[in-house]
Design a protein around this ligand. Sequence first.
Ligand SMILES: Nc1nc2c(ncn2[C@@H]2O[C@H](COP(=O)(O)OP(=O)(O)OP(=O)(O)O)[C@@H](O)[C@H]2O)c(=O)[nH]1
Ligand SMILES: *[C@@H]1O[C@H](CO)[C@@H](O)[C@H](O)[C@H]1NC(C)=O
Ligand SMILES: [Mg+2]
Length: 238
Amino acid sequence: MTLKYSILLPTYNEKDNLPVIVYLIHKYLEISEIKYEIIIIDDGSPDGTLEVAKQLETIYGKDKILLRPRGKKLGLGTAYIHGIKHATGDFIVIMDADLSHHPKSIPEFIKKQTEQDYDVITGSRYIGNGGVSGWDFKRKLVSCGANFISQLLLRPKVSDLTGSFRLYKKPVLEKLIETCVSKGYVFQMEMMVRARQLNYTIGEVPITFVDRVYGESKLGGSEIVQFVKALLYLFATT
Ligand SMILES: Nc1nc2c(ncn2[C@@H]2O[C@H](COP(=O)(O)OP(=O)(O)OP(=O)(O)O)[C@@H](O)[C@H]2O)c(=O)[nH]1
Ligand SMILES: *[C@@H]1O[C@H](CO)[C@@H](O)[C@H](O)[C@H]1NC(C)=O
Ligand SMILES: [Mg+2]
């Protein structure tokens, strides 16, 4: 039996990025002979992302591209939950659609997963030849700082806590989502902390994170305050 991988792509105003990311996923997974489906969860993007997605559905076929749109912007956390409900794969890959996460890593995640039958594989900017590209000093400082403090407080033995490029066994992801309480930025971090608590095995693969080309970054003061609050909450309750 061939294993199937469901790739969740949540989108909000990604009309320029979506055709590129879908093409790259197709390219890298076809050459590795990996069976997959792409689930696009668009939240009523005003830029017409859904129209672009419909064209992609025609090009690649309804078995490869599944459109599961929602009427309005309801947030990333619930977008994943919505996507998982429609996933038919044995594994779920979660990634951003803005080209920050390169699809060439997916076959590497899969290879790593099969090595020791890991429950979760996480992309890491902080091991091996992983890294970031296109970030200014402030963004690097905030990201490294957030990761460092989280490591110190939570000790999860995962080098990149705040990343969001990951592969999960489907039942493991369902269990983790059920267990997690937080929303927003800290959600990814809590997933790793809970995974450790539940004794799931986690493998790491180095990735290079590339800053989005189109659109502004949303990381501001209020996100940082929110992050610290949520971090302290996790620290106090786990
Ligand atoms: N469906 C859905 N997708 C979203 C929502 N918010 C963000 N996304 C998508 O989730 C992914 C990650 O969001 P980004 O906006 O890139 O967040 P980020 O990487 O922290 O910030 P940037 O610096 O702007 O890249 C992208 O593919 C977005 O299009 C939402 O409310 N609903
Ligand atoms: C995880 O493993 C530890 C140590 O072996 C054990 O004490 C704990 O009960 C386990 N937790 C779960 C949820 O299985
Ligand atoms: Mg992004």
